[in-house]
Design a protein around this ligand. Structure first.
Ligand SMILES: C[S@@+](CC[C@H](N)C(=O)[O-])C[C@H]1O[C@@H](n2cnc3c(N)ncnc32)[C@H](O)[C@@H]1O
Length: 286
Protein backbone atom coordinates (compact mmCIF):
# COMPACT_ATOMS: atom_id res chain seq x y z
CA UNK A 1 0.00 0.00 0.00
CA UNK A 2 1.52 3.34 -0.92
CA UNK A 3 2.02 5.99 1.74
CA UNK A 4 -0.66 8.35 0.48
CA UNK A 5 -3.27 5.57 0.52
CA UNK A 6 -2.12 4.60 4.02
CA UNK A 7 -2.71 8.17 5.20
CA UNK A 8 -6.05 8.44 3.46
CA UNK A 9 -7.25 5.29 5.19
CA UNK A 10 -5.90 6.48 8.52
CA UNK A 11 -7.63 9.83 7.98
CA UNK A 12 -10.86 8.13 6.94
CA UNK A 13 -10.89 5.93 10.03
CA UNK A 14 -9.50 8.27 12.68
CA UNK A 15 -9.70 11.79 11.25
CA UNK A 16 -6.50 13.31 9.87
CA UNK A 17 -5.70 14.93 13.24
CA UNK A 18 -4.47 11.45 14.26
CA UNK A 19 -1.53 11.76 11.89
CA UNK A 20 1.69 12.50 13.68
CA UNK A 21 3.59 15.67 12.75
CA UNK A 22 5.82 13.97 10.20
CA UNK A 23 2.90 12.18 8.58
CA UNK A 24 0.96 15.42 8.39
CA UNK A 25 3.88 17.16 6.65
CA UNK A 26 4.09 14.29 4.15
CA UNK A 27 0.32 14.35 3.64
CA UNK A 28 0.33 18.08 2.81
CA UNK A 29 3.50 17.82 0.73
CA UNK A 30 1.95 15.10 -1.45
CA UNK A 31 -0.82 17.51 -2.39
CA UNK A 32 1.58 20.11 -3.80
CA UNK A 33 4.26 17.85 -5.27
CA UNK A 34 3.26 18.76 -8.82
CA UNK A 35 3.46 22.53 -8.25
CA UNK A 36 6.42 22.89 -5.93
CA UNK A 37 9.98 21.62 -6.15
CA UNK A 38 10.24 22.22 -2.41
CA UNK A 39 6.94 20.56 -1.42
CA UNK A 40 8.22 19.00 1.82
CA UNK A 41 9.93 22.16 2.96
CA UNK A 42 6.80 24.18 2.09
CA UNK A 43 4.60 21.82 4.08
CA UNK A 44 7.05 21.89 7.00
CA UNK A 45 7.04 25.72 7.05
CA UNK A 46 3.25 25.70 6.98
CA UNK A 47 2.99 23.25 9.89
CA UNK A 48 5.66 25.14 11.85
CA UNK A 49 3.88 28.46 11.31
CA UNK A 50 0.63 26.98 12.62
CA UNK A 51 2.43 25.51 15.63
CA UNK A 52 4.14 28.82 16.41
CA UNK A 53 0.87 30.73 16.31
CA UNK A 54 -0.85 28.05 18.37
CA UNK A 55 -3.66 27.41 15.89
CA UNK A 56 -5.06 23.94 15.28
CA UNK A 57 -4.76 22.98 11.65
CA UNK A 58 -8.12 22.45 10.00
CA UNK A 59 -9.06 20.86 6.68
CA UNK A 60 -9.97 24.31 5.35
CA UNK A 61 -6.52 25.61 6.24
CA UNK A 62 -4.84 22.76 4.40
CA UNK A 63 -7.11 23.23 1.36
CA UNK A 64 -6.45 26.96 1.38
CA UNK A 65 -2.67 26.41 1.62
CA UNK A 66 -2.72 23.90 -1.24
CA UNK A 67 -4.87 26.18 -3.41
CA UNK A 68 -2.60 29.20 -2.90
CA UNK A 69 0.53 27.15 -3.59
CA UNK A 70 -1.12 25.86 -6.77
CA UNK A 71 -1.68 29.49 -7.80
CA UNK A 72 2.04 30.11 -7.31
CA UNK A 73 1.90 32.11 -4.10
CA UNK A 74 5.18 31.71 -2.19
CA UNK A 75 4.92 29.97 1.19
CA UNK A 76 6.26 33.08 2.93
CA UNK A 77 3.36 35.16 1.62
CA UNK A 78 0.85 32.51 2.73
CA UNK A 79 2.20 32.15 6.25
CA UNK A 80 3.28 35.83 6.43
CA UNK A 81 6.75 34.95 7.63
CA UNK A 82 10.21 34.61 6.18
CA UNK A 83 13.53 33.86 7.83
CA UNK A 84 16.39 36.22 6.98
CA UNK A 85 19.88 36.24 8.53
CA UNK A 86 19.19 35.42 12.22
CA UNK A 87 15.58 36.55 12.49
CA UNK A 88 12.04 35.77 11.38
CA UNK A 89 10.35 38.62 9.54
CA UNK A 90 6.68 39.40 9.07
CA UNK A 91 6.01 39.71 5.33
CA UNK A 92 2.97 40.57 3.24
CA UNK A 93 2.31 41.16 -0.45
CA UNK A 94 3.35 44.78 0.17
CA UNK A 95 7.02 43.91 0.59
CA UNK A 96 9.68 42.10 -1.37
CA UNK A 97 10.30 38.65 0.04
CA UNK A 98 13.70 38.86 1.78
CA UNK A 99 16.18 36.92 -0.37
CA UNK A 100 19.04 34.74 0.93
CA UNK A 101 21.34 36.49 -1.58
CA UNK A 102 20.74 39.80 0.21
CA UNK A 103 22.33 38.34 3.35
CA UNK A 104 25.63 38.97 1.52
CA UNK A 105 25.09 42.67 2.28
CA UNK A 106 25.05 41.94 6.02
CA UNK A 107 28.29 39.96 5.66
CA UNK A 108 29.89 42.85 3.77
CA UNK A 109 28.95 45.43 6.42
CA UNK A 110 30.21 43.10 9.17
CA UNK A 111 33.55 42.79 7.39
CA UNK A 112 34.05 46.56 7.05
CA UNK A 113 32.73 47.42 10.51
CA UNK A 114 34.18 44.57 12.50
CA UNK A 115 33.65 46.09 15.97
CA UNK A 116 30.07 45.14 16.77
CA UNK A 117 29.96 47.57 19.71
CA UNK A 118 30.32 50.59 17.45
CA UNK A 119 27.76 53.40 17.65
CA UNK A 120 26.75 53.29 14.00
CA UNK A 121 24.06 55.32 12.31
CA UNK A 122 22.62 53.31 9.46
CA UNK A 123 20.35 54.48 6.63
CA UNK A 124 18.45 51.89 4.57
CA UNK A 125 17.02 53.32 1.33
CA UNK A 126 14.11 51.22 0.05
CA UNK A 127 13.78 49.33 3.31
CA UNK A 128 10.79 47.13 2.36
CA UNK A 129 10.24 44.63 5.18
CA UNK A 130 13.20 46.21 7.00
CA UNK A 131 15.07 42.91 6.84
CA UNK A 132 18.47 44.45 6.03
CA UNK A 133 18.29 47.31 8.51
CA UNK A 134 16.89 45.22 11.37
CA UNK A 135 19.44 42.43 10.81
CA UNK A 136 22.19 45.05 11.15
CA UNK A 137 20.59 46.46 14.30
CA UNK A 138 20.49 42.91 15.64
CA UNK A 139 24.25 42.59 15.02
CA UNK A 140 25.26 46.08 16.19
CA UNK A 141 23.60 46.52 19.56
CA UNK A 142 24.67 50.19 19.83
CA UNK A 143 23.59 51.18 16.33
CA UNK A 144 20.58 53.28 15.33
CA UNK A 145 18.69 52.84 12.11
CA UNK A 146 16.64 54.88 9.68
CA UNK A 147 14.60 53.19 6.98
CA UNK A 148 12.94 55.00 4.09
CA UNK A 149 10.59 53.71 1.44
CA UNK A 150 8.14 55.09 -1.08
CA UNK A 151 5.52 52.57 0.05
CA UNK A 152 3.51 53.40 3.17
CA UNK A 153 2.29 49.80 3.27
CA UNK A 154 5.85 48.46 3.23
CA UNK A 155 6.76 50.85 6.03
CA UNK A 156 3.91 49.50 8.16
CA UNK A 157 5.44 46.03 7.77
CA UNK A 158 8.95 47.34 8.55
CA UNK A 159 7.69 49.12 11.68
CA UNK A 160 6.11 45.92 12.92
CA UNK A 161 9.36 44.00 12.33
CA UNK A 162 11.40 46.70 14.04
CA UNK A 163 9.54 46.58 17.36
CA UNK A 164 12.14 46.68 20.14
CA UNK A 165 14.89 48.01 17.85
CA UNK A 166 16.11 51.64 17.76
CA UNK A 167 14.77 52.34 14.29
CA UNK A 168 12.74 55.13 12.72
CA UNK A 169 10.99 55.03 9.36
CA UNK A 170 10.00 57.70 6.87
CA UNK A 171 7.90 57.62 3.76
CA UNK A 172 10.18 59.07 1.10
CA UNK A 173 10.71 58.93 -2.63
CA UNK A 174 14.38 59.12 -3.55
CA UNK A 175 13.43 60.76 -6.87
CA UNK A 176 11.74 63.67 -5.11
CA UNK A 177 13.42 67.03 -4.44
CA UNK A 178 12.82 66.83 -0.69
CA UNK A 179 14.25 63.31 -0.32
CA UNK A 180 17.03 64.39 2.05
CA UNK A 181 14.83 66.59 4.24
CA UNK A 182 14.70 65.31 7.83
CA UNK A 183 17.54 62.81 7.27
CA UNK A 184 20.87 63.15 9.09
CA UNK A 185 24.34 61.90 8.21
CA UNK A 186 25.17 58.19 8.45
CA UNK A 187 28.15 55.90 8.89
CA UNK A 188 26.56 53.26 6.71
CA UNK A 189 24.13 53.68 3.83
CA UNK A 190 22.65 50.49 2.47
CA UNK A 191 20.25 49.99 -0.39
CA UNK A 192 18.77 47.13 -2.33
CA UNK A 193 16.84 49.27 -4.82
CA UNK A 194 14.60 48.01 -7.63
CA UNK A 195 17.01 46.86 -10.38
CA UNK A 196 15.12 44.68 -12.84
CA UNK A 197 14.85 46.00 -16.41
CA UNK A 198 11.22 46.93 -17.10
CA UNK A 199 11.10 44.63 -20.14
CA UNK A 200 12.36 41.65 -18.09
CA UNK A 201 9.61 41.81 -15.50
CA UNK A 202 7.17 39.77 -17.60
CA UNK A 203 9.64 36.90 -17.71
CA UNK A 204 10.08 36.71 -13.96
CA UNK A 205 8.88 33.71 -12.02
CA UNK A 206 5.17 33.83 -11.09
CA UNK A 207 6.03 34.00 -7.38
CA UNK A 208 7.96 37.22 -7.98
CA UNK A 209 5.84 38.80 -10.72
CA UNK A 210 2.51 38.36 -8.97
CA UNK A 211 3.44 38.39 -5.28
CA UNK A 212 6.30 40.89 -4.92
CA UNK A 213 5.28 44.56 -5.36
CA UNK A 214 6.18 46.05 -8.74
CA UNK A 215 7.78 49.11 -7.11
CA UNK A 216 10.29 46.76 -5.46
CA UNK A 217 11.33 45.33 -8.83
CA UNK A 218 11.16 47.84 -11.66
CA UNK A 219 14.50 49.58 -12.17
CA UNK A 220 13.51 51.29 -15.42
CA UNK A 221 14.61 50.72 -19.02
CA UNK A 222 18.09 49.38 -18.20
CA UNK A 223 17.46 48.55 -14.52
CA UNK A 224 19.82 51.29 -13.38
CA UNK A 225 17.50 54.26 -12.71
CA UNK A 226 17.72 54.01 -8.93
CA UNK A 227 21.54 53.88 -8.91
CA UNK A 228 21.75 56.96 -11.17
CA UNK A 229 19.48 58.85 -8.79
CA UNK A 230 21.07 57.65 -5.53
CA UNK A 231 24.60 58.34 -6.80
CA UNK A 232 23.61 62.02 -7.17
CA UNK A 233 21.67 62.24 -3.89
CA UNK A 234 23.46 60.40 -1.13
CA UNK A 235 26.86 62.08 -0.75
CA UNK A 236 25.61 64.75 1.73
CA UNK A 237 24.04 61.95 3.79
CA UNK A 238 27.36 60.19 4.44
CA UNK A 239 29.57 60.92 7.43
CA UNK A 240 33.30 61.28 6.87
CA UNK A 241 34.61 57.73 6.40
CA UNK A 242 31.05 56.52 5.84
CA UNK A 243 30.47 53.72 3.37
CA UNK A 244 27.78 52.81 0.86
CA UNK A 245 26.67 49.21 0.31
CA UNK A 246 24.53 48.58 -2.77
CA UNK A 247 22.89 45.33 -3.78
CA UNK A 248 22.94 44.97 -7.58
CA UNK A 249 21.45 42.69 -10.21
CA UNK A 250 23.37 40.17 -12.30
CA UNK A 251 25.96 41.80 -14.61
CA UNK A 252 25.29 45.33 -13.30
CA UNK A 253 28.64 45.76 -11.56
CA UNK A 254 30.50 47.68 -14.28
CA UNK A 255 27.59 50.02 -14.94
CA UNK A 256 26.95 50.77 -11.26
CA UNK A 257 30.67 51.31 -10.56
CA UNK A 258 30.85 53.70 -13.50
CA UNK A 259 27.73 55.62 -12.34
CA UNK A 260 29.14 55.96 -8.82
CA UNK A 261 32.62 56.99 -10.02
CA UNK A 262 31.14 59.73 -12.20
CA UNK A 263 29.47 61.06 -9.05
CA UNK A 264 32.57 61.26 -6.86
CA UNK A 265 32.67 57.80 -5.23
CA UNK A 266 35.48 55.22 -5.25
CA UNK A 267 34.71 51.55 -5.64
CA UNK A 268 36.19 49.45 -2.79
CA UNK A 269 35.05 45.87 -3.16
CA UNK A 270 32.40 43.53 -4.54
CA UNK A 271 30.92 40.48 -2.82
CA UNK A 272 29.48 37.40 -4.52
CA UNK A 273 26.23 35.81 -3.40
CA UNK A 274 25.54 32.10 -2.81
CA UNK A 275 25.20 31.57 -6.57
CA UNK A 276 28.63 33.19 -7.16
CA UNK A 277 27.04 36.27 -8.72
CA UNK A 278 28.50 39.68 -7.89
CA UNK A 279 25.75 41.02 -5.67
CA UNK A 280 27.09 43.68 -3.28
CA UNK A 281 29.26 46.69 -4.10
CA UNK A 282 30.98 48.88 -1.52
CA UNK A 283 31.84 52.54 -2.12
CA UNK A 284 33.40 55.47 -0.28
CA UNK A 285 33.43 59.14 -1.12
CA UNK A 286 36.63 60.20 -3.02
C1 LIG B 1 14.22 45.42 -3.99
S1 LIG B 1 13.14 46.06 -2.73
C2 LIG B 1 14.20 45.88 -1.31
C3 LIG B 1 13.46 45.68 -0.03
C4 LIG B 1 14.35 45.31 1.16
N1 LIG B 1 15.35 46.33 1.40
C5 LIG B 1 15.03 43.99 0.90
O1 LIG B 1 16.25 43.99 0.63
O2 LIG B 1 14.38 42.94 0.98
C6 LIG B 1 13.21 47.78 -3.12
C7 LIG B 1 12.44 48.68 -2.17
O3 LIG B 1 12.60 50.03 -2.64
C8 LIG B 1 11.37 50.72 -2.52
N2 LIG B 1 11.36 51.82 -3.52
C9 LIG B 1 11.15 51.72 -4.84
N3 LIG B 1 11.20 52.91 -5.42
C10 LIG B 1 11.47 53.80 -4.43
C11 LIG B 1 11.64 55.21 -4.40
N4 LIG B 1 11.55 55.95 -5.52
N5 LIG B 1 11.91 55.79 -3.22
C12 LIG B 1 12.00 55.06 -2.08
N6 LIG B 1 11.84 53.72 -2.04
C13 LIG B 1 11.59 53.09 -3.21
C14 LIG B 1 10.32 49.66 -2.79
O4 LIG B 1 9.07 50.04 -2.26
C15 LIG B 1 10.94 48.43 -2.13
O5 LIG B 1 10.51 48.29 -0.80
Amino acid sequence: MNLLRHWFLKIKWHGWQKLNRQELIHYIAQKILDVSETAYLDAKFFVEACEKSGVNITNEMIDNFVELRQKGMPVSKIINARGFWALDFYVTEDVLDPRPDSETLIEAVLEYFSDKNQYLNILDIGTGSGCLLISLLYEYKNAKGTGVDISAKALAVARQNAKGYPAEFFEKDFYSDDFKEGLRTYDVIISNPPYIKTADIEQLDKAVRFYDPLCALDGGFDGLDAYRCLAKEIKPLLKENGLVFFEIGKDQKDDVVSIMEKNGFSFLKSYKDLGKIERILVFKVN
